[in-house]
Design a protein. Structure first.
Length: 179
């Protein structure tokens, strides 16, 4: 009478090897954001952004030597009626000095195809706002985003945010050589 073959030790060993490798890869991808200094998004209530609903981000900068890049994060729904988004961006230093910029965020190309990364009906864009920036002092910087479109409230903008990251060392050296 033939006997039933039971799982052997090597089968279990392979299973655990695959499992450990998968966990390692997951850990590797989660921990590879060493350049991030700040990354926060705020929801736009009901996906309808009123001009009086300014979004403020408090960014604690402790490195006044390294170069940084500041990004604007925008999440829009596929029903957003425009290909761009104008923002007023106010930056306040720890000493209270305020700098105000007007920024155009391109969200779709000339054919109407959404840019950025899409999941379902939502599109995420990360728009370069300021590159190779050195914060002159340590402390809390406040960045405020205000929608500057002619439509108020502005529909189908779901979230906005700020990301600040350190520039890689190679890029910092390259920038210093240009000066």
């Amino acid at each position: 009478m033939p006997t039933k073959k039971l799982r052997t030790f090597p089968d279990v060993k392979i299973y655990f090897s695959v499992l450990i490798t998968a966990f390692f890869i997951l850990f590797l991808f989660n921990g590879c954001d060493d350049d991030r200094v700040f990354d926060e998004n705020q929801e736009i209530e009901n996906g309808s952004w009123d001009q009086n609903n300014k979004k403020t981000f408090n960014i604690d900068i402790q490195d006044s030597i390294s170069w940084h890049t500041i990004y604007l994060n925008v999440r829009n729904a596929g029903a957003y009626p425009f290909s761009n988004l104008f923002l007023f961006v106010s930056t306040q230093s720890p000493k209270g000095l305020v700098e105000r910029d007007t920024v155009e965020c391109t969200l779709a190309d000339e054919t109407g195809k959404w840019l950025g990364n899409g999941i379902g009906d939502l599109w995420d864009n990360q728009i370069g706002f300021k590159r190779m920036v050195r914060f002159p002092m340590k402390g809390i910087y406040k960045i405020q985003l205000e929608q500057a479109m002619r439509v108020n409230p502005l529909p189908y903008i779901m979230d906005v945010g700020i990301r600040v990251e350190k520039v890689k060392v190679f890029a910092q050296r390259k920038a210093l050589l240009k000066k």
